[in-house]
Design a protein around this ligand. Structure first.
Ligand code: SF4
Length: 104
């Protein structure tokens, strides 16, 4: 999917995608179902400690925005932090598997 994006529009598109995700986070907060990363911002979502990040990633599975958040980070890779129930290490492993299974 990333390869289809026009290179000159990459950063504005990323910004719009992130804004859509943040708008949905705000809607969940307003609706009384805040995502776990909002309820406990110190819960490991931005931690460099792998154990803390894995606990945060596990908590993501209670989030109403899990699929949206995971879709965002699949389309717009983030090098750090927990997104959509995946640590940065998980996402690198997924990328390696994708690269290995891509037709050569
Ligand atoms: S999936 Fe995880 S990182 Fe994404 S909004 Fe929900 S709790 Fe936050």
């Amino acid at each position: 999917m990333r390869d289809a994006r026009p290179a000159e529009n990459t950063e504005p598109e990323r910004g719009r995608a992130l804004r859509r995700l943040r708008d949905q986070v705000a809607a969940e907060v307003a609706g009384g179902t805040p995502p776990p990363c909002v309820v406990d911002p110190e819960g490991g979502w931005t931690s460099a400690d792998l154990d803390a990040a894995e606990r945060a990633a596990s908590a993501c599975h209670r989030c109403p925005l899990l699929d949206l958040c995971r879709g965002y980070v699949a389309d717009w890779p983030e090098s750090a932090g927990v997104w959509g129930g995946l640590t940065a290490s998980d996402r690198r492993a997924v990328e390696r598997l994708k690269a290995r299974s891509a037709p050569s």
